[in-house]
Design a protein around this ligand. Structure first.
Ligand code: GDP
Length: 271
């Protein structure tokens, strides 16, 4: 059974004070609009329409939570890169998203979806540059890989990996196709480890299950030069940058991110 098969819509959050208080580990999904983010979440959850709830009126600018298990969530962030997002909308995104990404304690990693035909756009780089200094892991899904030939996949994978080494100290990447359902096992392995779900399954299988024992693993970049059929990723580990976030750097949603502090956005302390 797919690891995230039980994913179900939980809530939409528009204000920091409404973030779920029972979350112990959550994974945020970010990417340009049309990058294939909703499709990727749907594919991982093996549910054809799950993440399209994030595209319904009133929810597109907010954080949409999908519950995976007790205290474990996927969080679908607003897509960035709209051509003409009104200034006040961008300001709202930043008031919510900047403090969320920088300070949300249960946030255990970021999945960044990039169309494999146009990876590492300026906005993707902004997101990476902004999130990487938190020291939390980032897993890049090079989406719509079915649109590339095998040779193009290999070249794209190598090129992006080379650049990621410079941009982010705790990154992994893989090819992914929602259409072909390729890359699912690799993504499950990385994200399941962050969430402690995979480890639990293994414990259960070995007959020694114990609640809460599995720590989410840091996003070690693993894999080979040539992507496998499942789209495996790079093989280096690098020193994790210090905590602190990209204070004052551009957010991919618009202007400068607010300065970091104990209180943020709508005045709520992030848990
Ligand atoms: P989002 O705006 O980032 O959530 O992107 P969507 O998931 O809505 O996908 C945007 C478009 O890309 C849609 O037309 C999808 O059908 C298409 N798409 C998404 N994933 C894939 C994929 O793996 N392969 C192909 N060929 N198309 C895809």
């Amino acid at each position: 059974m797919p690891l995230f098969q039980n994913a179900a819509f939980h809530t939409t959050v528009a204000r920091l004070r409404d973030l779920p208080s029972d979350s112990r580990c959550e994974i945020a999904f970010a990417g340009r609009s049309n990058s294939g983010k909703s499709s990727a979440i749907n594919t991982l959850a093996n549910h054809s329409r799950l993440a399209f709830v994030s595209k319904t009126p009133g929810r597109t600018q907010h954080l949409n939570y999908f519950r995976l298990a007790d205290g474990k969530y996927f969080v679908d962030l607003p897509g960035y890169g709209f051509a003409r997002a009104p200034e006040e909308v961008r300001a709202r995104w930043e008031g919510l998203l900047a403090p969320y990404l920088q300070q949300r304690a249960p946030l255990c990693g970021l999945v960044l979806i990039m169309d494999s035909r146009h990876p590492l756009t300026e906005l993707d780089r902004k997101m990476l540059g902004w999130f990487a200094p938190t020291g939390k892991p980032i897993h890049v899904l090079l989406s719509k890989a079915d649109k590339l030939t095998r040779q193009e996949q290999i070249v794209t994978f190598r090129d992006v990996r080379r650049e990621l080494v410079e941009l982010c100290g705790n990154c992994s990447l893989q090819l992914f196709s929602s259409l072909k359902k390729s890359g699912v096992a690799e993504a499950e392995s990385v994200l399941g480890a962050w969430l402690g779900l995979e480890a639990k399954a293994e414990l259960r299988a070995s007959g020694s299950a114990g609640e809460g024992g599995a720590e989410p693993r840091r996003g070690a970049a693993t894999g080979r030069d040539v992507p496998t059929a499942d789209g495996v990723a790079g093989d280096r580990e690098k020193e994790t940058p210090g905590k602190g976030g990209g204070r004052g750097q551009d957010m991919p949603y618009g202007n400068k991110a607010p300065a970091q502090g104990g209180e943020a956005g709508d005045g709520q302390t992030i848990r």
